[in-house]
Design a protein around this ligand. Structure first.
Ligand code: FE2
Length: 387
């Protein structure tokens, strides 16, 4: 594939096919989850990890060599999933302060919209706190407008709009062309959902915030009765835009016998933040087999989970033995089923992790797996001395 074709892949409207239509008009038309930016301690090495372990391609870079003096950023892509990994080049940067406080984590989620300035004005009018006033960025490869609002913790939403697709990625970036180290991609298609952890008693505040600011609706909710093990529990509400492009489950810890996994996250991230990013795939068995081979660590699923699996969830297309070998979970709702698996945290603090998900009709989030999953999570939490 030549450079111009690759660059164009950053430009389109994305691979997401609407999951549903709630019959509501979005306050701001979100065309695409443009990218997610993680602020990390060492972006060069993190980029290697996501290429080697997750099968991402490195497509663009910004740093001193491209005229950006205070940071280095690597843009990696797989399907329509774009991650930007950014590191500060000195101690006096908000990126350094963010990293000192939170460790590696999501700092910015950027939505592509038709007009960033007017979207910003609408969201601020509806109660959002500005993070970055609308600003035009320009280089020889194109021009974009970016604005930002503050969200939970130290996380912000940015809005980007462009009349013509930027030829590289964003102004300040130059094309880099480095394939996944393993030579093939992992069939990841788009960001299915992104989960936020907030403090005890703050879930309803954020539910109201998404309703008021973005006009999102509650798609589903779970409470202690759905999500409870012997030790810990949580409450969760899933916010969505009209067609399901944006789905944001919001978790808060609930009282249990021991410390909730959500509280463990809050204690280590030291604020609310992104708990996991769920990456969709068309071939979860292929994707996960490859990721495991490349060293991605997943949560363990006990063999007993696969006993009588089809009696519990009905007939599925996949070979149960392959699912068992890879630890992939299955759940069904009235529309179909889904397959999912969760990685271990991707940094030393027990904070952010990824989910790999394949939907076969199901619109839910694997409620039937919560118990098995959380018992596995607690096993890990116990091994860290936090349970
Ligand atoms: Fe998830």
């Amino acid at each position: 594939m030549d450079t111009s074709q690759k660059s164009l892949r950053t430009a389109g409207k994305g691979l997401y096919q609407p999951l549903y239509d709630l019959g509501r008009k979005d306050i701001v038309a979100i065309e695409r989850i443009h990218h997610i930016e993680l602020w990390v301690g060492n972006a060069k090495q993190a980029a290697y990890y996501y290429r080697q372990a997750y099968g991402f391609e490195l497509l663009a870079y910004a740093g001193p060599e491209t005229g950006v003096r205070d940071r280095a950023s690597y843009m990696l892509q797989s399907g329509d999933v774009r991650l930007v990994l950014t590191t500060a080049l000195g101690p006096d940067s908000p990126i350094s302060a963010h990293h000192l406080e939170h460790g590696d984590g999501v700092s910015v989620v950027t939505y592509q919209v038709p007009n960033a300035r007017s979207a910003f004005e609408i969201l601020v009018e509806r109660g959002a706190e500005p993070e970055m006033d609308p600003t035009t960025f320009k280089d020889e490869n194109g021009e974009v407008e970016i604005a930002g609002i503050k969200a939970f913790g130290d996380t912000s939403y940015r809005l980007v709009s462009m009349e013509k697709p930027h030829r590289v990625f964003l102004p300040g970036y130059e094309t880099r062309q480095e394939s996944p180290i393993i030579g093939v991609t992992n069939n990841l298609t788009f960001i299915d959902h992104m989960v936020t952890n907030v403090e005890d008693g703050r879930m309803e505040h954020w539910v109201d915030w998404y309703k008021k600011v973005f006009g999102f609706s509650v798609l589903a909710h779970f409470d202690e009765n759905d999500i409870s093990t012997e030790y810990s529990s949580l409450r969760s509400k899933v916010m969505t835009n009209n067609d399901g492009l944006v789905k944001i489950p919001i978790n808060e810890p609930a009282e249990g016998k021991m410390k909730s996994q959500i509280q463990e996250y809050i204690d280590y991230y030291r604020s609310p933040g992104v708990q996991h990013i769920a990456l969709a795939t068309d071939d979860i068995i292929g994707s996960v087999a490859q990721m495991r081979q490349c060293g991605v660590e997943f949560l363990n699923t006990p063999d007993s989970y696969y006993k009588n699996l089809e009696d519990r969830i009905g007939k599925i297309d996949e070979d149960i033995d392959a699912l068992r070998r890879l630890g992939i979970l299955v759940d069904r709702d009235d529309k179909g089923y889904l397959l999912q698996v969760f990685t271990q945290p991707v940094e030393d603090r027990p904070t952010m992790f990824f989910e790999i998900i394949q939907r076969k009709g199901s619109l839910s989030f694997g409620k039937g797996n919560f118990k098995a999953l959380f018992e596995s999570l607690e096993e890990e939490q116990r091994s860290r001395g936090n349970l």
